[in-house]
Design a protein around this ligand. Structure first.
Ligand SMILES: [Zn+2]
Length: 299
């Protein structure tokens, strides 16, 4: 049987008024079948390669983004370097402080709140900058019931026992009813800036009873000493968004814990010259613990 090339078939079809005989159709089908098969194989291989590549790509939701390093904040680097709009583009959950150390920052459900030294809670202008913050796009990896009657220290220990990824960052969101809560904020600072340990001595502290709201927590690994706040760092925002701050102590009545293990850490360093002036390698462990992770009401 003579093999007809497609161009010849078209020529034949044109000369016969575009009508196609059964022989021509059979020849055409036979001619194109291998090509069709080859195309199918190529498509399947491409789809498989794309799926494999997507699997290997880091999950954007697994990323935790930090502004500056804790030792820089401890040593008085209070000028904001990253706009809240940029932080909210990479995270909808987190905590930190604001330009000139003007209060406590809480990022919850994509909204940034500032707890001022007066205790007032306001939504932050997206142009406002932060000198230190940690945010992630929260997606729960697990859920736990809160131990009833737990203090903040007991809650830390409970989470240590339940979430074993101690060398990863963990974002922790707790919807809770608190029997008591001790909160603090800090006032905006004027230049020349004093070290944070000194500023914290005059921080306003409030005690509340029967509060419903959200504990926004970040657990950083011990190996981040000098860079992040090792251990648990908790901020709180009430359900009515009228009370909040850095959480110093609490007693949990009931609550639900959801946690997000983050394995992709990004640190945005200050690009200004002043950032390189203090020695950020200084051991400030005691001061970081005193300001950020110590439990109880300060004397
Ligand atoms: Zn704090």
């Amino acid at each position: 049987m003579t093999t007809l090339w497609p161009t010849e078939l078209w020529r034949l079809r044109l000369s016969r008024g575009l009508s196609r005989s059964p022989e021509e159709t059979a020849a055409m089908t036979a001619r194109f079948r291998p090509l069709f098969r080859w195309c199918c194989i190529c498509c399947l291989v491409s789809l498989w390669a794309a799926a494999a590549a997507a699997e290997q790509e880091p999950d954007a939701d697994d990323r935790i983004t930090q502004v500056s390093v804790i030792n820089a904040l401890m040593l008085g680097r209070y000028d904001g370097t990253v706009a809240l709009s940029d932080l909210l583009a990479v995270g909808d959950f987190g905590l930190g402080t604001l330009d000139r150390l003007d209060g406590e920052l809480i990022v919850l459900e994509g909204i940034a709140y500032q707890v001022r030294a007066t205790g007032a809670v306001i939504e932050v202008d997206p142009e406002t900058t932060s000198p230190f913050a940690v945010v992630t796009r929260f997606g729960a990896d697990g859920e736990l019931a809160c131990p009833e009657g737990a203090s903040l220290e007991a809650l830390d220990r409970f989470l240590d026992d339940k979430i074993l990824e101690r060398n990863n960052f963990v974002a922790i969101r707790i919807e809770a009813e608190l029997a008591t809560a001790v909160l603090r904020s800090v006032a905006a600072q004027e230049r020349p800036y004093r070290p944070l340990a000194e500023v914290a001595k005059s921080q306003p502290v409030w005690r509340h009873e029967r509060m419903r709201g959200t504990l926004v927590g970040i657990r950083s690994p011990q190996w981040t000493e000098g860079i992040a706040v090792p251990g648990y760092h908790w901020h709180f925002l009430s359900a009515d968004r009228r009370v909040g701050g850095h959480l110093l102590e609490c007693t949990v009545r009931t609550g639900t814990i959801r946690y997000d293990i983050c394995g992709d850490w990004t640190v945005k360093l200050d690009q200004s010259r002043g950032f390189n002036a203090p020695d950020l390698g200084t051991d400030l462990r005691d001061q970081v613990e005193g300001v950020e992770t110590r439990r109880g009401v300060p004397k």
